[in-house]
Design a protein around this ligand. Structure first.
Ligand code: 5GP
Length: 187
C-alpha cells in the first residue's frame, strides 16, 4: 500500500486557487504536488517541471496512446494531463495534491476510489465575476468564455466531497489543511 493519499483540488478560474494551494503546501515535505503535462505555452515565471511539463501536441498524443495519463482533458484549446507514473512515485513518499479541472477530477475518482475531491469556491458568483472582469486583459468573447466556464465549474462542485469557500486566503488554506489531516489520519 502506498504511503500517502490522493487529494484533488479544483476551483472556478479566478477563485485564487494557486494562492491557497501555495499556503497549504508551504513547508510541507509530506505533501507532494503533481506536475501536469500541458500543450499550452509557459507564462512568464513558469518553470519547466515545476509549474508544468510543457510538451507539444504530438508528444501529448503519444502519451495518450502510451496510456501514460491518470487523467487528461482539453481546456480552452489546450490539453492538460496528469502523468500516472509520477503520481504513484510521489504517493510512495507522501500525500499528493492534484490541481486539475472537474473533468479530470471525475476521471481520477473513477480510477482511484479513495481520492478526496475538494472544490474551492468564491464567496458568491458575483464576487467571482467581478474578479474575472477585474483582470481586464481580455476581449469580450474571451471574457464570456471565462464566465461560462466558471458557471459550469461551479455547477460541478456539487459532486465534490468538500466545498471550501475562499472568503479569506488563510482561513481557506487552514480548512483544506484540516481536511487533509483528517484523511491522512484515517487508516
Ligand atoms: P492554467 O492554464 O491556468 O494553468 O490551468 C487551466 C485549468 O487547467 C485549471 O483549472 C487547472 O486546474 C487545469 N489543469 C491543470 N493541470 C491539469 C491536468 O493535469 N488535468 C486536468 N484535467 N486539468 C488540469
Amino acid at each position: 500500500m502506498s504511503k500517502g493519499k490522493l487529494f484533488v483540488i479544483s476551483g472556478a478560474s479566478g477563485v485564487g486557487k494557486s494562492t491557497v494551494l501555495a499556503k497549504v503546501m508551504e513547508g510541507r515535505e509530506d505533501l507532494k504536488f503533481s506536475v501536469s503535462a500541458t500543450t499550452r505555452p509557459p507564462r512568464p515565471g513558469e518553470e519547466e517541471g515545476v509549474s508544468y511539463y510543457f510538451v507539444t501536441k504530438e508528444r501529448f498524443e503519444q502519451m495518450i496512446r502510451q496510456n501514460a495519463f491518470l487523467e487528461y482533458d482539453a481546456h480552452m484549446a489546450n490539453f492538460y494531463g496528469t502523468p500516472e507514473k509520477q503520481v504513484d512515485e510521489k504517493l510512495e513518499q507522501g500525500s499528493v495534491i492534484l490541481d486539475i479541472d472537474p473533468n479530470g477530477a471525475f476521471q481520477v475518482r473513477q480510477k482511484r476510489k479513495d481520492a478526496v475531491l475538494i472544490f474551492i469556491t468564491p464567496p458568491s458568483m458575483q464576487a467571482l465575476e467581478q474578479r474575472l472582469l477585474g483582470r481586464g486583459d481580455t476581449s469580450k468573447e474571451q471574457m464570456q468564455m471565462r464566465l461560462e466556464r466558471a458557471h459550469w465549474e461551479m455547477e460541478q462542485s456539487k459532486q465534490y466531497d468538500y466545498i471550501v469557500v475562499n472568503q479569506q486566503v488563510d482561513a481557506c488554506a487552514e480548512e483544506i489543511t484540516n481536511i487533509i489531516a483528517k484523511h491522512c489520519a484515517e487508516e
